[in-house]
Design a protein around this ligand. Structure first.
Ligand code: NAD
Ligand code: DAU
Length: 379
């Protein structure tokens, strides 16, 4: 039996990871999963409702910075794997409130690692380094943004020097440095994955792809920062979850693994493709049009969708310090663990749009209240 403590699993990627863990089938493996999440604006209990109904899964509401709480979780459970997703994750919000990012992303990471250290260290070796219970692992879910920005050529490898530009990426970089410092200073069993941009179900609509989908359904303009020429490397979230699972269980201790699917696209192209895909889906299946907020009848008496076109795009002021291009070289995880991205973008974007169409209640829930204030402030 393996016991996982998964932090931040009421958010986008963490929730997808929990679903992946609970539905994955490995012979002879029994698991227990404890979720620790503070349920910030980005965390939603509804996202993991079915998962916490599973008798192998337990939810604890709390902050990763809370020493007493995290120590108690370790005291009450024989935790094998701590997988840390919990973070403030949105670059634009980090520009508004950098200190929150520093506090959660850096101090939170350090608090979790210290609790693991208190629970997992069993003695000292001849040189004075701590010795650890066997089979334990602290895994940090990190990002390609720690590497900074690329020009038109080249890829981020695990050896690329860390060079963050936003308060968000500076905080994630600092957390990564702490993870490596604990590896070197205490011989802590750690690993890190650095992944590119994810998309898929349960993606919070402050981020580009779900924001564009949601705005089209609401008949709103589509804000593109600057010229929209910045490049991101998009990966379907389930492929990321699979990579984390492989690294936690089979990845070499103390190592960093880059995760990405060689799917680089300019923002403007992503936005245009999303517009076209929604238009085509609604052309093929007229019943989907009833979801649209903007209800105008065309000459045939059908709900008009001719306005779902590139004229919806509006260019807004650029993000401060906007990184030009991210692109991951995933050779290491492919060669060592046999990971590869299974979902082609053309399929993933259709699945993602379909999920958004089918889960309007979830969208309403997460975009009500404070999100509206944030949206009005931003756009
Ligand atoms: P998210 O914002 O959707 O979810 C974050 C979760 O963490 C939420 O459930 C929130 O309630 C929780 N949380 C925040 N502060 C907390 C605290 N102090 N204590 C406990 N829980 C707290 O984020 P996401 O997009 O799912 O990203 C998850 C992780 O993956 C982050 O560490 C992020 O840096 C990393 N990452 C994200 C992407 C991406 O494209 N979204 C890509 C690479 C890496
Ligand atoms: O690369 C991994 C990172 O991807 C993660 O570490 C972050 O947690 C995650 O939020 C994401 O960061 P980005 O800043 O790349 O994602 P976002 O969806 O915010 O923006 C994607 C691109 O689209 C970026 O170049 C900014 C642009 N953009 C974004 C928004 C929200 C727009 O043009 N308009 C928008 O309204």
């Amino acid at each position: 039996m393996k016991t996982y403590l998964v932090t931040g699993a009421a958010g986008f990627i963490g929730a997808n990871y929990i679903k992946y863990l609970l539905h994955r089938k490995y012979e002879n493996e029994d698991i227990k999963v404890i979720i620790l999440d503070a349920l910030t604006y980005a965390g939603n209990l509804g996202t993991i409702k079915d998962d916490i109904d599973d008798k192998r899964c337990f939810f604890v509401k709390g902050d990763i910075r809370d020493r007493e709480l995290v120590d108690r979780l370790f005291a009450e459970n024989d935790i094998d794997y701590l997988v840390n997703f919990a973070a403030e994750s949105h670059v634009d919000r980090s520009i508004e409130d950098p200190q929150l990012f520093l506090s959660v992303n850096i101090l939170g990471t350090q608090n979790l690692m210290d609790a693991a250290r208190r629970a997992w260290v069993i003695g000292k070796d001849a040189q004075g380094y701590p010795t650890w219970k066997a089979g334990k692992r602290y895994h940090q879910v990190s990002t390609d943004e720690v590497y900074g920005s690329l020009g038109a050529e080249g890829y981020f490898t695990e050896k690329t020097p860390l060079c963050p530009h936003s308060p968000y990426s500076a905080s994630k970089t600092s957390a990564d440095h702490f993870v490596m410092a604990y590896r070197d200073t205490y011989h802590m069993p750690v690993s890190i994955t650095r992944c590119s941009n994810n998309y898929g179900p349960y993606h919070f609509p402050e981020k580009l792809i779900p924001l564009i989908i949601n705005n089209i359904l609401e008949g709103k303009k589509l804000p593109v920062y600057g010229e929209g020429l910045n490049v991101r490397d998009w990966l379907y979230v389930e492929d990321h979850c699979k990579a984390i699972d492989m690294v936690v269980r089979e990845g070499r201790e103390g190592e960093v693994y880059n995760v990405g699917g060689h799917n680089e696209m300019k923002n403007i192209d992503i936005v245009k493709l999303t517009i076209k895909t929604i238009h085509d889906m609604m052309e093929a299946d007229k019943s989907l049009r009833s979801i649209l907020k903007k209800q105008v009848k065309d000459a045939n008496g059908d709900i008009d969708i001719s306005w779902i076109n590139n004229d919806l795009i509006t260019h807004v002021p650029d993000r401060l310090g906007h990184d030009a291009r991210y692109a991951i070289d995933p050779t290491k995880i492919k060669d060592e663990l046999g990971w590869y991205p299974e979902t082609k973008f053309a399929d993933g974007i259709v699945k993602t749009i379909r999920w958004n169409l089918d889960n309007q209640d979830w969208i309403q829930e997460v975009t009500s209240g404070d999100y509206q204030k944030y949206y009005d402030m931003m756009y």
